[in-house]
Write a protein that binds this ligand. Structure first.
Ligand SMILES: Nc1ncnc2c1ncn2[C@@H]1O[C@H](COP(=O)(O)OP(=O)(O)OP(=O)(O)O)[C@@H](O)[C@H]1O
Length: 325
């Protein structure tokens, strides 16, 4: 019998081993865990994060324990308590906490068996949802680039082998393969909540687009790849401009830039130095204030991201008032 698609789509993928699959117990990561254990027997672990957010969280963890025991795959579980900051959604807070916890599990596991790669199970449908979600929020090119198929951070390599590149696989195919193989998974009850924008995109928007434009998933993936290249160029330009403005940026050097370049370098500086994402309105206001800052007495004091930007002599700086003593 031919290999199921959840396995054959990984043909030609050569991750650094051993690897750990970020395993929620849902259909996608169940498929990926099974496929990895088939391809890289004895070199695969599973990492599960218990968010404790919903009553079902303990059932998810127990299901993961039973499945991994049945497959003979070592499982590492971490608990996180994610609290969303003002202006941040609980889902975003949970995702950030999850990635941090996965990274910590990899570092902890490294002491014993040197996990080289963490793999995540997002696939072509998730990429479509991510790009549509970005559009619905008025994102710039960085958001429209969608999810990266691979990256490296703090000594850990991350990969999403089910994302387009080696071929497409989506949620329906994954579930069909699992059913055919008799493999069980847990359905996340929050996926049915149409109060969440991502779920409305999955249930209402993506099916309508697929009906009207049968090729839209692959053309949208192409647009995302184009946006990713454009975003890379903008970062390269911002990197050069930041060298000219200095850190924190000098007001005179910022004023020498065009409006678009000033916005670009400010957004980059806030992201890489302070992990902040300003809203479009905040950024527009900051650029405007900087353009009008021509006298010594001109004050700048603006809320940006989770903190404040203030003028200090010839430069502007960002700080978070809640962590000042
Ligand atoms: N609690 C968790 N523990 C470990 N990994 C997780 C957890 N939740 C999600 N992940 C990983 O992050 C990926 C993206 O999460 P998301 O919640 O967007 O996916 P999903 O579509 O619900 O996937 P799945 O069907 O595997 O749960 C998952 O495919 C999985 O690899």
């Amino acid at each position: 019998m031919a290999d199921p698609r959840i396995l054959s789509v990984l043909e030609g993928w050569r991750p650094a081993l051993p690897l750990a699959v970020a395993y929620s117990g849902g259909a996608d990561s169940t498929a990926l865990l099974w496929a990895c254990s088939q391809r890289f027997a004895g070199q695969v672990a599973a990492f599960h994060i218990n968010h404790g957010l919903q009553a079902a969280a303990t059932d998810f963890a127990m299901h993961c324990q039973q499945q991994c025991a049945a497959w003979g795959i070592p499982l590492h579980i971490a608990r996180v308590a994610a609290h969303n900051a003002p202006g941040q959604s609980p889902e975003d807070a949970a995702r950030i906490a999850r990635y941090k916890a996965l990274e910590q599990l990899a570092h902890a596991a490294n002491a014993q068996n040197a996990i080289q790669t963490i793999v995540l199970a997002q696939h072509a449908d998730d990429q479509v949802e991510t790009v549509l979600l970005a559009l619905s929020r008025g994102a710039g090119v960085a958001g429209l680039a969608g999810m990266r198929p691979a990256w490296e951070q703090d000594g850990v390599r991350w990969e999403r082998p089910y994302l387009a590149g080696r071929g497409q696989i989506g949620g329906a195919q994954i579930r069909a393969d699992l059913r055919a193989l008799g493999i069980e998974w847990v359905e996340d009850p929050t996926n049915a909540d149409l109060g969440l924008t991502r779920n409305r995109i999955r249930a209402l928007v993506a099916p309508a687009l697929a009906q009207a434009f049968p090729q839209f998933a692959s053309t949208l993936a192409r647009s995302a790849a184009n946006a990713a290249q454009a975003a890379e160029l903008l970062d390269e330009l911002a990197h050069m401009d930041l060298q000219a403005t200095g850190r924190p940026p000098a007001i005179k050097a910022l004023q020498a830039l065009s409006v678009a370049r000033m916005g670009n370098v400010l957004r980059y500086w806030l992201r890489i130095e302070h992990c902040q994402t300003p809203s479009s309105a905040q950024l527009a206001q900051l650029v405007q204030q900087l353009q009008h800052c021509t006298t010594r007495g001109h004050q700048i004091h603006l809320k940006v991201g989770l903190g404040t930007i203030q003028r200090r002599g010839g430069v502007i700086d960002w700080y978070n008032p809640s962590v000042l003593v």
